[in-house]
Design a protein around this ligand. Structure first.
Ligand SMILES: N[C@@H](CCC(=O)N[C@@H](CS)C(=O)NCC(=O)O)C(=O)O
Length: 204
């Protein structure tokens, strides 16, 4: 059994949600935010101080989407993935990586400069990243026209990875950026019992 170090509602929620979908047991260690400053002992596990960090034996993983990929392959029996022979396999990987690099990172820059560190006087940069994020929603929006899930007509970890990026808008006030198609998709994901259990596990 592995151990997940995380903070409530952080990108670690991708992992707690996936674990609930898979019925996978893992220890969850919740840290105060930001762990880099509030839990300095965590730097011994992840020198970056970021969450999530997933530890299994000697292995330490610190990228939420890579952890999803690893668990879906090794513990989930492939049920939440597409096989590499699937015609949509490339598309599946593309959305898996798109989730953090393109859809989450610009929101974190917005949150940093507009919400958390206003005193730095970089709000304009934060708003520029907000607009960047809004424009980048086009690809998932178009993909979900007429589809319930991103790939192969079924729920996969690509939906968890992208779904978390959309869920983040409900925490940072950017949910008006979601088109009706994206808002309906997010609702569909958030009503999954495993999503509710993951929230419950993180917050009691
Ligand atoms: N690409 C990494 C990013 C990890 C990351 O930056 N996590 C944020 C929380 S969502 C964090 O730990 N921030 C605190 C900090 O930067 O010190 C992932 O997806 O896991």
């Amino acid at each position: 059994m592995g151990t997940l170090y995380s903070c409530g509602r952080s990108r670690g929620m991708r992992v707690t949600w996936a674990a609930e979908e898979m019925g996978l047991d893992m220890d969850l260690v919740l840290l105060p935010f930001p762990p880099r400053a509030a839990a300095p002992e965590f730097l011994e596990i992840n020198p970056l101080g970021t969450v999530p960090a997933y530890v299994e034996g000697d292995m330490v993983m610190t990228e939420s989407t890579a952890i999803l990929h690893y668990l879906a392959e090794t513990a989930g029996g492939g049920a939440l993935m597409l096989d590499r022979t699937d015609p949509e396999y490339g598309c599946f990987l593309d959305f898996l990586y798109h989730a953090d690099a393109t859809l989450t990172v610009p929101q974190t820059v917005y949150m940093r400069f507009v919400m958390m560190e206003k005193e730095r006087g970089l709000e304009e940069a934060g708003y520029a990243y907000m607009r960047w994020f809004q424009a980048r929603l086009t690809k998932v929006g178009e993909r979900l026209e007429g589809r319930d899930y991103l790939c192969a007509n079924r729920f996969t970890i690509a939906d968890i990875a992208v779904g978390y990026a959309l869920y983040l808008t409900t925490l940072n006030g950017l949910s008006d950026s979601l088109s009706p198609v994206l808002a309906a998709y997010l609702d569909r994901l958030m009503t999954r019992p495993a999503f509710a259990r993951a929230l419950q596990r993180e917050h009691g």
